[in-house]
Design a protein around this ligand. Structure first.
Ligand code: LLP
Length: 420
């Protein structure tokens, strides 16, 4: 019987050594994505930077790997910044995102000497101004603009509707001008340009080029009206991945190439110059590289459903419960057997919505078999919880036939340690 190999390591051997549920990443796949972005997100006309959106999955081993490939980091909290600091990431390539950064987080970023704050609103701008003044520490700011473009994606992951909580709506010129005016008076915070992000799991280039057109038109207006040129522009992340067979995302390298050439063309048409173009892929960097191994426990028929119960669930992957996200999987220890039965894969959390895959065809399964749910590398571990006090799984990197533990399994004692 054939067993699924990940990074040249047998999934059975991984399960035996590290236990299940287990997050396993094929390290070379991450490296390949990073290299594709670094090689193709390049221009002779302006500087470029690829920063990894840490929210997709953050840990020291991954940060080290991506830093070595030359990527910077998009962080949205003191916690993500802390991890980047701990591995010695280049702070000049750190972009601090998020709405409602605390004063403490702003101080932490300034003390660390991070390159950029991506400012969400006027109140944050004023706080950043004051704190930088008090500490006499320099940084740069990008203002997050909501370009009002809705990409075709799940409603909950859409960020650019006119009433979105993120950024300042592009037509709200008064608020935008107020931020630029305020920062023009700062000795410490240099206004460097704009940021926009239109959503997540976007599989075609069309929505991105539309957003680029909007942002470059906006830059042309800034040049005309405010004499601002040579700014920096971040186009956010959001590049889709393949979860199920029907998904056909443009490969990351192709996407990068398309966006660069589109930007170059549009800048020339509008007679606008950019000093730097930035992108922030999260999901595309790690999503397909990761899978989750579960051990099948009890099984039962209920109504017309054939349930397979696995030893994890929504506590290690909440995406189906939260977004109706679709996944596929394989019976990892029987992956050469033909599919013959439709199953519903459910977890062990106490909630009816605790489903990982609503229905999928598998070979005949039995307790003790291993189920691999594929493409769980992004927003899986990073959105995991301790619901029902299940410990968070361990995480392993596999490469060239070798595996290494990068995050150990959370124990009951780990959780109990926080009790006072
Ligand atoms: N930049 C900004 C400003 C963002 O808000 C995000 C994602 C990214 C970059 C990275 O997007 P990516 O390349 O990973 O699509 N929990 C949801 C996804 C939330 C994304 C939030 N922002 C999910 O599991 O699908």
């Amino acid at each position: 019987m054939e067993t699924l190999q990940i990074g040249g390591v047998s999934s059975r051997a991984l399960a035996d050594q590290y236990g299940t549920p287990l997050y396993v990443y094929d390290e070379n796949k991450i490296r390949k994505q990073a290299a594709a972005a670094m090689a193709n997100f390049r221009s002779k006309q302006f500087d470029t930077e690829v920063v990894y959106a840490s929210k997709a999955f953050s840990c020291a081993a991954l940060f080290r790997l991506l830093a070595a490939e030359g990527l910077g980091f998009d962080v949205v909290s003191g916690g993500e910044l802390y991890c980047a600091m701990r591995i010695g990431a280049d702070m000049k390539k750190v972009y601090f995102h998020g709405n409602n950064k605390s004063d403490q987080e702003i101080e932490m970023g300034l003390d660390a000497g991070i390159g950029y704050f991506v400012v969400d609103n006027m109140m944050e701008c004023a706080r950043l101004f004051d704190i930088a003044e008090r500490k006499r520490l320099q940084t740069k700011a990008l203002l997050r603009i909501n370009p009002g473009i809705s990409a075709h994606t799940h409603e909950y992951i859409m960020t650019a509707a006119p009433d979105s909580k993120f950024g300042i709506y592009i037509e709200n010129r008064q608020q935008i001008d107020a931020v630029i005016q305020k920062l023009s008076r700062s000795k410490y915070v240099k206004f460097a340009g704009f940021h926009s992000h239109i959503g997540s799991q976007i599989v075609d280039a069309g929505s991105f080029t539309k957003a680029l057109d909007t942002m470059i038109d906006f830059l042309a207006e800034m040049k005309r009206e405010q004499d601002l040129d040579n700014l920096e522009l971040s186009i956010g992340g959001g590049f889709g991945i393949r979860y199920v067979e029907a998904d056909a995302p443009l490969p990351l390298g192709e996407m990068c190439k398309t966006l660069i050439s589109h930007t170059e063309r549009r800048l020339a048409e509008k007679d606008v110059h950019l000093s730097k173009l930035i992108t922030e892929p999260g999901r595309a960097m790690v999503g397909e590289a990761g899978c989750t191994l579960y051990t099948i426990g009890d099984m039962k028929e209920s109504g017309d459903k054939n349930y397979i119960f696995v030893d994890g669930g929504m506590s290690d992957n909440i995406r189906h419960a939260l977004y109706d996200a679709e996944y596929t999987g394989v019976l990892a220890n029987k992956c050469d057997r033909p599919s013959e039965k439709t199953y519903c894969i459910a977890g062990k959390n106490c909630e009816s919505g605790d489903i990982l895959i609503a229905d999928m065809q598998l070979p005949k399964a039995a307790p003790g078999d291993l189920l691999a749910v594929l493409s769980t590398g992004a927003y899986g571990y990073s959105m995991a919880s301790n619901y029902n006090r299940l410990g968070r799984p361990a995480v392993v990197f596999a490469k060239d036939g070798q595996a290494r533990l990068i995050i150990r399994r959370e124990t009951y004692e780990d959780q109990y340690r926080l009790e006072v």
